[in-house]
Design a protein around this ligand. Sequence first.
Ligand code: SF4
Ligand code: FE
Length: 481
Amino acid sequence: MMTKDQYIESLRKLHLNLYSFGKKVENVVDNPIVRPSLNSFAATYELAEDPQYEDLMTATSNLTGKKVNRFTHLHQSTDDLIKKVKMQRLLGQKTAACFQRCVGMDAANAVYSTTFETDEACGTKYHENFVKFWTDVQNNDWGVDGAMTDVKGDRGLSPSKQADPDLFLHVVERTADGVYVTGAKAHQTGYLNSHYVLVMPTISMREGDEDYAISFACPTDAEGITLILGRQSCDTRKTEEYNDIDVGNKVYGGHEVLVIFDRVFIPNDMIFLNGETQFAGMMVERFAGYHRQSYGGCKVGVGDVLIGATALAGEMAGSAKASHVKDKLIEMTHLNETLYCCGIACSSQGTKTKSGNYLIDLLLANVCKQNVTRFPYEIARLAQDLAGGIMVTQPSEADYRNPATHDYIEKYLKGVASVPTEDRMRLLRLIENMTMGTAAVGYLPESMHGAGSPQAQRIMIARQSNMEMKKELAKKIARIG
Ligand code: SF4
Ligand code: FE
């Protein structure tokens, strides 16, 4: 396994073709906007080095028998699925941000089982390809970005019916050695901190969509890939002269990238699905299921930090003993732990796939994510309620450091006399960061849309609800028929 420092040095060897704020980024690793996200990703390496977290952060590979980072592990039991969620909660608590490495783990587990079943039905060699690739990932402890979401163009049309054929990533040329692909993947979390990208189709495919039913892996800096960094609310605070207090979370963050593939060559042995439209849906459903489970871990860990920050804000303002403050903290905890219950439940009810790895209970994972589309918003609303308006009206750090205004701020932003004003300012900026700044991207809209928007879960819940069985139960009790 790589140490945190080895990981960071390994990223310096990548030649990512990244654009941000109208310019090509020459040094991605030290870029001030990107760097906090790298620090979060690096925490997945750092904690794996810490003996006290060995059981959660590492596992024994079923491919090699060696110790691997759990973020590269193929789950071998329901215990592995539960440990995954616990690991994600831990990382959320340590970073208060998206640490990004889960998408690769979730993609790997979905591709591993889907390739096995595709080969069984179609006589292909995708599972062998994937096992070879993933053995390299585990042995090198690479970071992998799992890429699913296409830009999708007209939502009313299937991939092959779009006015622009590139709105879903697809094969544009086939040769004896491989394929060329063109298209784009949106919202790519952690791409810049990853060594490889593992691409999957974005929706179930029909006959006629063969060129779009494609899954493969390639290096993140492969020829033909262009990256454009997404903007986050308050992101340029990271580049200001005084960039300590106002950023809210100085060390950690997340990022999202638009990834454009322009005739990228994929050799045959890195292809995991190529035209078998009937298996695109399985891959999508399993990846989405794993990532919907993931949110019952990571968002809960981030929620722990926000709840703690809110409790501290009350203490700093002298309102901690008020009964409504205590009750709101109880409500936040109740909501947060409900999400955790869902993450643990869908893990504990997991089952073995034909390939041997474990899949979460899909109904419960979708219920988990459906709750995640709501509860973090309510937790954030309560955090803003208790933080008070000063969270959004307090002066800048630059004014706090200016001798002309420092003493006034020191005096008039004071809450409880024993608490330094600067501590209160820092804490309020953290709540701002998590509920409306850079980290809110990960905690709120990503809770809504990440791993699929709410309606996607409702479709899955409907499909898995076993309504006929429920109707039969009612009929029997009512003595009908
Ligand atoms: Fe991991 Fe959560 Fe970020 Fe997804 S949103 S990559 S589960 S930390
Ligand atoms: Fe996500």
